[in-house]
Design a protein around this ligand. Structure first.
Ligand code: BGC
Length: 798
């Protein structure tokens, strides 16, 4: 198996949607699903092209109320290329007799290709192949090469190459009852000898998108006079009639440009799309420069492991999709990093807390991307301030789901496809997303040392989030502590107490501990500022010492519930919930990852049981070391002992259905050192999240970027034991049994390091970057690594 290539060697209609998502090509500016050029949207295929941050809102009446949703808009389909031999049918995989088939996603080059040899009803055999890429360097360009070879016949053939703006958003079945027509066509037409264009506009956000496509015949002859343009409103295509000759390939290049009205340094999207199209090089030229860009990226971003099977290939697939979702082309686009990539319409392209799992990989390689993604949040600080005021709170309340403006985009009702019922969606009560943002700001700084960013943007965000938590914390006479009431933790199976009218839970341990971490970090962050900037910032946001004193008080007295001795309760009274019949439900349903849907369809609710969709308390052990937790719990006046980690992990692992793909990442991380065998099993599940579609049919709607990036970070930080503590870069490798060696480059505080670890040695070489010595530690050994030098450590029994 080539660890750079994802291969499919037969056609499977049932898997086509999944493959389209996994074979999506993108460049951080736009992305196109790996759909076949001849395909229309159907229950098998779903062509989709999405602009990073290309949202639009539509209203629909659902269950007696009008709901408004902001969606990532499916843009005109530029892939369309269809053909029909004379007297036959338009080529269609569903009806053709397939003789040979191979589809390859070459991640090294960022190229998707497919070759099909088929036989038609007239027994004509034809081979049709395409290669396609979305240019990583020239962000407005994509190209497709198509060759058609008549194997045992000669004759006429008709070809269509088009742009289709009549498409709607219909990629997610459970959203299909909602309005879905986001585009209106403003203009369509032709340019030059071989060009067609389409200009569309989104109905509410007024985003204009222009696509221009040239279809160039580079081998073969068009029958005289038989090249023309065929049009319907919103749909335009070039039709060509050719004389095909047995064994002689006809070769076409379809060169596409895409611009939007939000682009920088353009005059008007359509003009620029046509202009670039006219001066562009051909397919081969473009391919060369595209591959060079990917070479440069892989040089920095690859993680090379020696392991059996397909682990290396899957790891690269995860890195590949991450780099296609955010790249240099995304900088300053004012987009966040979407939980499902720009690969499909699930979760509407929204931004969640999944950044928490995604940024560590970027921080250690291309931190300028994290910076840009954090600025997406900073620009929405005013909206978050308004949201806090409206909720009667202080500071900034960032939304659980964020889209264009930073208002709360979480849907009010969601459909349970199992029961067919629309249900209230309370997931916006996940206030912990704010802590994730503060955590991300701090860790970006910790890895890069970018004080300028902190002084200009970062610390202001952390302070406003600290304010939010301080205002959420209310004093309870009963417990003699501060409490946070009426929230949801990461575990979305619990949104209220059994039988309660009002949604929300009290003292979610994860939220409360994170709140304390944010407050402590806010106080620490203030010390990073120069006296002048500190004074200015305090003055601008009106922060005085009485307020920071209250923060100290909240830190000292925050409540964390416990039960059964030292089990941290997921929330207050968690222990009063019933235990769940795991065996019975597994026997009855098999796959019980989405217990919420199963129970609701039965007229029951997970709120009654000690079941969780995903890691919640365990998140604490994922984000913090035992020493850090000790500090946090001590600051609150609780005792924390490292042995609690194991007990709590066991307790909650036994009660989790892993209904979110993020859960496997977290569980395998927290078990990595105590139970390597189990950790590896769980890690395999995380690796398989998308490639095997472990949720049984969600990946075709979009990849799970948090799980993808989180699994890469498992190898990066967890396996290397990589941490930065008090100015020292620490390594403590513990590589999974099934991996023999790991090598990668990481960037830390401006310096690149090559790191190679095997079972018995660890070598770190300092490469280009800041010309300064760096302190490196392994176990008790500390070294000062001079620029350009290497250091090795012997590892035993790892
Ligand atoms: C998970 C959330 C996650 C979201 C987007 C949900 O299923 O429960 O934790 O943020 O998906 O990935």
């Amino acid at each position: 198996m080539d660890p750079w290539i994802l291969v499919y060697d037969s056609y499977d209609p049932a898997e086509e949607g999944l493959r389209e998502a996994l074979c999506t090509l993108g460049n951080g500016y736009f992305a196109t699903r790996g759909a076949a050029p001849e395909a229309w949207a159907s229950n098998v295929h779903y062509p989709g092209t999405y602009l990073a941050g290309g949202y639009n809102r539509l209203k629909t009446e659902v269950a007696g109320r009008v709901v408004e949703n902001e969606d990532l808009v499916n843009l005109p389909n530029w892939l369309i290329f269809r053909f029909k031999p004379e007297g036959g049918d338009w080529f269609n995989l569903m009806s053709a007799e397939i003789v040979a088939y191979r589809q390859e996603l070459d991640m090294k080059q960022g190229v998707l290709s497919r070759m099909v040899r088929y036989r038609d009803r007239q027994k004509r055999e034809t081979t049709v192949a395409f290669r396609r890429f979305v240019h990583m360097g020239s962000m407005h360009q994509a190209a497709q090469e198509i060759t058609i070879t008549p194997e045992n016949w000669s004759g006429r053939i008709t070809v269509h190459s088009g742009l289709d703006g009549t498409i709607v958003n219909s990629g997610v079945e459970r959203y299909r009852q909602l309005n879905s027509k986001h585009l209106e066509t403003l203009k369509q037409g032709v340019f030059g000898e071989d060009g067609i264009y389409l200009l569309v506009e989104t109905t509410q956000s007024g985003l204009r998108i222009a696509q221009a496509a040239r279809t160039i015949l580079t081998a073969g002859t068009i029958v005289e006079g038989e090249r023309r343009v065929v049009e319907q409103p919103g749909y335009i295509l070039t039709e060509m009639v050719l004389d095909a000759v047995q064994n002689t390939p006809l070769r076409f290049e379809k060169l596409v440009t895409l611009f939007s009205s939000r682009d920088f340094a353009i005059s008007e999207p359509l003009l620029d799309a046509i202009e670039l199209s006219q001066r562009s090089g051909g397919f081969d030229d473009l391919l060369r420069s595209h591959v060079t860009e990917w070479d440069h990226l892989w040089d920095r971003c690859d993680i090379n492991i020696s392991a059996n099977g397909c682990t290396q290939m899957i790891l690269r697939l995860h890195i590949f999709h991450l780099l296609q979702t955010v790249s240099r082309n995304s900088i300053d686009l004012d987009t966040g990093v979407p939980a499902r990539g720009w690969h499909g319409e699930a979760y509407r392209g929204h931004i969640f807390w999944d950044e928490l799992f995604i940024f560590p990989y970027l921080n250690f390689r291309i931190p300028v991307l994290t910076r840009s993604l954090l600025l997406y949040r900073y620009r929405r600080l005013p909206a978050a301030r308004v949201a806090a005021r409206q909720a009667g709170l202080s500071g900034a309340l960032f939304p659980w789901q964020s889209g264009s403006t930073g208002r709360e985009e979480t849907q009010h009702v969601h459909l349970n496809p199992k029961s067919g019922r629309w249900l209230p969606d309370n997931s916006h009560l996940q206030r912990h997303v704010n802590a994730a943002i503060a955590y991300n700001v701090w860790h970006y700084y910790d890895t890069t040392g970018d004080k300028e960013f902190m002084a200009t943007y970062g610390i202001e965000m952390i302070l406003e989030i600290a304010r939010l938590y301080a205002s959420l914390a209310t004093w309870s006479e009963r417990s003699g502590r501060h409490e946070i009431l009426g929230v949801m933790g990461p575990d979305e199976y619990h949104d209220r107490y059994p039988g309660a009218e009002k949604p929300g839970l009290n003292n979610n341990a994860y939220t409360n501990v994170m709140a304390v971490w944010v407050l402590r970090t806010a106080l620490k962050a203030l010390d990073l500022l120069s006296p002048g900037r500190s004074r200015d910032l305090r003055e601008s946001i009106g922060l005085d010492s009485a307020e920071t004193e209250r923060w100290q008080d909240v830190i000292r007295t925050m409540r964390v519930p416990f039960h059964d001795g030292d089990i941290i309760s997921q929330f207050e009274e968690y222990e009063t919930l019933a235990e769940f019949d795991w065996e019975g439900y597994r026997a009855k349903y098999g796959d019980i990852q989405r217990l919420d849907r199963i129970l609701e369809a039965e007229g029951d609710t997970p709120n009654r049981y000690r079941v969780s969709k995903q890691a919640d308390v365990i998140m604490l052990f994922y984000l913090f070391s035992a020493e850090e937790l000790d500090e946090l719990f001590t600051a609150m006046g609780y005792r924390f002992e490292p042995r609690m980690i194991h007990r709590n992990v066991e307790y909650y692992a036994a009660r989790s259905s892993h209904g979110s793909t993020l859960s496997n990442v977290v569980h395998s991380w927290v078990m990595a050192r105590s139970d390597r065998h189990r950790a590896w099993q769980v890690f395999r599940r995380a690796l398989e999240s998308d490639i095997c579609d472990i949720q049984g049919g969600t990946t075709h709607e979009g990849i799970h970027l948090g799980a993808m990036a989180g699994s890469v970070d498992m190898i990066q930080r967890c396996s290397l034991g990589l941490r930065f503590i008090k100015g020292v870069l620490q390594f403590n490798p513990c590589i999974p049994d099934s991996i023999d060696s790991i090598s990668m480059r990481i960037k830390h505080r401006g310096t690149w390091f090559d790191v190679v670890t095997t079972r018995d040695s660890l070598m770190i070489s300092s490469g280009e970057g800041e010309p300064k010595p760096v302190r490196i530690r392994f176990a008790d050994e500390e070294h000062t690594l001079e620029p350009g030098k290497s250091v090795s450590f012997r590892l035993e029994n790892r």
